[in-house]
Design a protein around this ligand. Structure first.
Ligand SMILES: Cc1cc2nc3c(=O)[nH]c(=O)nc-3n(C[C@H](O)[C@H](O)[C@H](O)COP(=O)(O)OP(=O)(O)OC[C@H]3O[C@@H](n4cnc5c(N)ncnc54)[C@H](O)[C@@H]3O)c2cc1C
Length: 736
């Protein structure tokens, strides 16, 4: 059944953090989507935003499944499940302070924590570059792709050694042989430390694997324990040295390192000790599942995905019961579980209790089970449409997509009588990105008569569920108006609206929000000097920013000249992609670059424009490229030509627009389309959050400006068109 999400509007009272997208946590997220707990916020943290499903990895390596078929997109899953997702590696757990720590963002507080971190292969550290690690699996698959490309480019003798003859070592050896065996000179050897392959399975499984190895000419060795290695050779206990080009470690599981200093009770090997309830034996607020735990009652329970998946339902019930102070139920592992091992030849080996057999039909069963699991994560129902029963405010776009439309704003500004004041150089009616005032000369720098104070204010509701990143982006967006005028921001005053929540939850949210903003400001030399907070329906943040510029060096919207080229520093499309994200329809591969680009400040772009003599500039925000460019054309009395094929767009923009997804501000922005000549394109009216600068550059400087922008961290900066004299009676935009 496709995942349906139910939304609750209750104030947040408790916070649950799931660390690691282990199997039980995936089950938890699906259950939470369908049966949310009012007043509880759930966050999933994982080091990557997509994860391959391990059981299908050998099949993928052997060429049976595409990457997409085996990949779970955590951005979409969590959005569909109303779970906040943080794609960050966790660096530590402080069980005493009840916090999860990260290297580059504030710690996350929890009322209940669950660890589903998986395990790591135990490997001697000295092998360096040549060692391939199964975890993180995403990185492992990337390295195999690189290896394939290298072998394709220049086939050469290549010796791959797989260390560890357990289930995954055997499956992977055969899969790797299937994939790379076609390259001349490629050879793979499996080394098993003990006397038999697959010692945890009945002898029949090892026998069948041995037969397959022999039939396919894949070498394996038993009693070949690796004691170390260096300089391109593995050292065996026997003293023998085996040369290699790469080594894949598929040895027994070692515990994740973050457990080490957590203060939680660990067993001798370093795994989290848990009771039947899945709670840590030393801290009932901490739960653990999957490969990273050791059960007190079942010390020999094999580490596999089957048990981890079954723990998901118990975990969901027990974390809920713990928060409600009710009694918890025990996890009871199956006495026998079905194991299906892929031999990469269209067959699988089935083991159930003492039954062991091999066949094509077993492979069919395996594929059917694995694909059924994957459908749970691929078939996610879209969020309700704006005209559905969901509260209207939940469906409106955030960020700059939540602006009031430009026609409403200009109608009101025309009706309000704002007196002129000689101290104000550029005020409301100038329609610039920021207001400009004279300052007292005695206080400032070498050219005091030119110095002007420049101010702006920005405020919008959250468009993502990560207060820290939202704070960073809101900070960058608010100072952007000053860079768009060639001014330097100096101080910022915050205004923040926080949803109702229990004190500590609200405090944690405000802390993340302001930490994000301050981290962005610090990099730009901006000081947060004060602010105001209030409670409201939704998280929102803005800043009143003050800075300084020189009167005769300010960029102005009115300075466009025919012949100028238009340079845009960032891609367009954030409005539609954020609308898609709200609906749970934005893929991780689109969302990650979108966030990364929104997190780039416009400071360097403004400085490059200034160095190359630009005098006309604006930043592209809520009114989209068309709205902001038309403002410039009106102010300058000129027209413009845009070369549609040159306009940079975010990955995924075309796909989401093709599905009919646009920002809620798009329709209002498109009202200016009567002034656009040529096929109106969706990106023209798409509102941008933390968008780029649009500068008018002299034609002879364009190449240098673009090259500098690319080098300065704006890789998609592009020359998108030109300024013309008026095409007709009034300024207009021609799309070619
Ligand atoms: C090739 C292969 C094939 C397999 N096939 C099968 C099979 O067919 N059937 C079966 O039952 N089992 C199979 N297994 C075993 C199975 O993969 C594991 O037992 C199972 O995945 C364990 O799941 P888990 O829930 O403990 O965590 P995992 O699935 O390992 O997930 C842990 C997650 O935590 C993340 N993480 C780790 N550290 C951090 C950190 N510090 N910060 C943030 N995130 C972190 C990881 O990136 C990962 O996404 C296979 C294993 C391999 C290697």
């Amino acid at each position: 059944m496709p995942l349906m999400r139910i939304v609750s509007d209750m104030p947040v009272e408790k916070s649950v953090v799931l660390v690691g997208a282990g199997n039980a946590h995936l089950v938890f997220v699906r259950r939470f989507a369908m049966r949310p707990w009012p007043g509880v916020a759930v966050t999933l943290v994982n080091e990557s935003s997509v994860i391959p499903y391990s059981a299908m990895v050998p099949g993928h390596i052997a060429g049976s499944f595409s990457r997409e078929e085996i990949t779970i997109d955590l951005v979409r899953l969590c959005r569909a499940g109303n779970v906040r997702f943080l794609p960050e590696p966790v660096t530590g757990i402080d069980a005493v302070a009840r916090r999860v720590r990260f290297a580059s963002r504030p710690a996350l507080a929890y009322d209940a924590l669950s660890l589903g971190l998986g395990s790591l292969p135990a490997c001697p550290a000295e092998l360096g570059e040549a060692a391939l690690f199964l975890r993180p699996m995403q990185a492992f698959l990337k390295r195999l792709d690189e290896l394939e490309q290298a072998l394709r480019r220049s086939p050469r003798p290549f010796r791959l050694i797989v260390v560890g003859g357990g289930a995954s070592g055997c499956e992977l050896t055969l899969a790797l042989h299937q994939r790379f065996g076609k390259f001349p000179g490629f050879g793979v050897t499996l080394l098993q430390g003990g006397p038999h392959l697959l010692p945890e399975f009945p002898a029949g499984v090892a026998r069948r694997f041995s037969e397959v190895f022999q039939q396919r000419g894949v070498s394996f060795r038993v009693d070949a324990r690796v004691s170390g290695g260096a300089d391109g050779a593995l050292l065996l206990d026997s003293g023998e040295r085996l040369k290699y080009d790469a080594v894949l470690w598929a040895t027994q599981a070692a515990p994740p390192q973050v457990l080490r200093d957590s203060g939680l009770s660990l067993n001798a090997a370093g795994f989290l000790r848990v009771a039947d309830s899945l709670q840590s034996v030393s801290d009932p607020a901490v739960f653990g599942t999957g490969d990273c735990v050791a059960f007190e009652r079942y010390p020999d329970l094999p580490r596999n995905g089957v048990h981890a998946v079954r723990q998901g339902a118990v975990l969901f019930d027990n974390v809920g019961a713990f928060l409600r102070e009710q009694s918890l139920r025990p996890f009871r592992p199956q006495r026998r579980c079905l194991c299906l091992l892929n031999t990469a030849d269209g067959h699988a080996i089935l083991r159930y209790g003492k039954i062991v057999c091999k066949g094509r039909w077993a492979r069919k069963i395996k594929d059917r089970i694995d694909q059924r699991w994957m459908r749970k994560f691929h078939e996610l129902a879209a969020m309700p449409e704006p005209n559905s029963d969901a509260p209207a405010h939940l469906m409106r776009c955030g960020g700059c997509g939540s602006k009031i439309s430009s026609d409403v704003l200009s109608a009101v500004l025309k009706r309000i009588d704002i007196p002129d004041d000689p101290r104000v150089l550029l005020g409301c009616r100038a329609g610039e990105d920021a207001s400009v005032h004279r300052v007292r000369p005695a206080l400032f720098g070498p050219q005091p008569d030119k110095l002007v104070e420049v101010q702006t204010v920005d405020y919008f509701k959250a468009f993502i569920d990560d207060p820290y990143l939202f704070g960073r982006i809101a900070g960058l967006n608010s100072v952007s108006d000053l860079y768009a005028m060639n001014a330097r921001p100096f101080t910022a005053l915050a205004i923040a609206t926080l949803p109702q929540a229990r004190g500590p939850v609200q405090e944690a949210q405000l802390f993340e929000l302001l930490s994000g903003a301050v981290s962005a400001f610090r990099e730009l030399g901006v000081v947060l000097t004060g602010g105001h907070t209030t409670e409201g329906n939704e998280l929102a943040l803005g800043f009143a920013v003050t800075g300084f510029g020189e009167e005769d060096r300010l960029f102005r919207k009115s300075h466009l000249q025919p012949g100028d080229r238009l340079v845009l520093t960032k891609p367009l499309g954030s409005g539609a992609l954020l609308a898609a994200w709200m609906r749970g329809d934005c893929k991780a591969e689109w969302f990650e670059p979108l966030l990364a680009t929104m997190l780039v400040a416009n400071a360097r772009a403004g400085a490059i424009f200034a160095r190359h003599g630009v005098t006309a500039c604006t930043d592209i925000t809520g009114f989209g490229l068309a709205g902001h460019l038309l403002e410039m054309l009106d102010a300058s009395g000129v027209s413009a030509r845009l070369e549609a094929g040159c306009v940079p767009l975010y990955a995924g923009f075309h796909e989401v627009v093709a599905r009919g997804i646009t920002s809620t501000l798009h329709a209002d922005n498109a009202k200016v389309s009567c002034r656009v000549d040529g096929a109106a394109a969706a990106w023209l009216f798409d509102p941008q959050t933390s968008g780029g600068l649009l500068g008018a550059v002299r034609a002879d400087a364009v190449a240098a400006v673009i090259a500098e922008l690319h080098a300065a961290g704006y890789p998609q900066a592009a020359d998108i068109g030109a300024i013309d004299a008026l095409h007709g009676q009034s300024p207009g935009l021609l799309l070619c």
